[in-house]
Design a protein around this ligand. Structure first.
Ligand code: AR6
Length: 185
């Protein structure tokens, strides 16, 4: 039986922006983004899945780095994952921050900047902050997408940016936001 794949695609300035429903550890990209905490201490959700699938070298690298401020990101090895790096991005805890929008955009931007630094051609993002950190998906999705779209309108090493969204509810929130930002022809 063929597996159903839920996907939405746009092309901006020659760069493919894709929304995919799935598990981020199963995706191949030059950089896979982790939804980390500021202690880089590991946890559940995306973080748990990435450390489980990638193996212990990722946590060893995180311990050496020691931490990462909210709204920023750091790069480590991707261990056994099909990627060159994991970018550990720290999104805002929605209820604790007075400027969650700015910090969420900044966490995505920090990953895009790392991708340029390493001249990566592809990057896979989860939906930062919308799980344990409680950011409402319908508010987070347009911020995430707008940050990426504005970035890839400018000269970039990236050829493909994929949002890997866990479950149909998250996928639908991003698809709706994308439809509003860039209506499908
Ligand atoms: N692939 C893609 N998306 C996933 C996966 C997966 N394997 N697993 C969960 N999601 P969260 P946050 C979705 O909680 O809100 C951790 O404990 C999930 O359904 O992973 O930024 C860290 O250590 C949701 O839509 O990240 C931090 O302490 C989205 O990914 C804290 O949670 C983000 O959920 C970070 O919280």
């Amino acid at each position: 039986m063929a597996m159903e794949v839920f996907m939405s695609i746009r092309t901006i300035n020659g760069v493919t922006l894709a929304l995919l429903q799935g598990n981020i550890v199963e995706v191949q990209a030059d950089a896979i983004v982790n939804a980390a905490n500021s202690g880089l201490a590991g946890g559940g959700g995306v973080d748990g899945a990435i450390h489980r699938a990638g193996g212990p070298t990722i946590m060893e690298a995180c311990r050496k780095i020691g931490g990462c401020p909210t709204g920023s990101a750091v790069a480590t090895t991707a261990g056994q994952l099909k990627a060159q790096h994991v970018f550990h991005a720290v999104g805002p805890i929605y209820r604790y921050e007075s400027e969650p929008q700015r910090l969420l955009a900044s966490a995505y931007q920090a990953c895009l900047d790392l991708a340029e630094q390493y001249q990566h051609q592809s990057i896979a993002f989860p939906s930062l902050s919308t799980g344990a950190y409680g950011y409402p998906e319908r508010l987070a999705a347009p911020i995430a997408l707008r940050t990426v779209i504005e970035h890839i309108k400018k000269p970039t090493s990236l050829r493909q940016v994929t949002f890997v969204l866990f479950g149909s509810k998250t996928f639908n929130a991003y698809e709706q936001a994308l439809q509003q930002l860039l209506p499908a022809p």
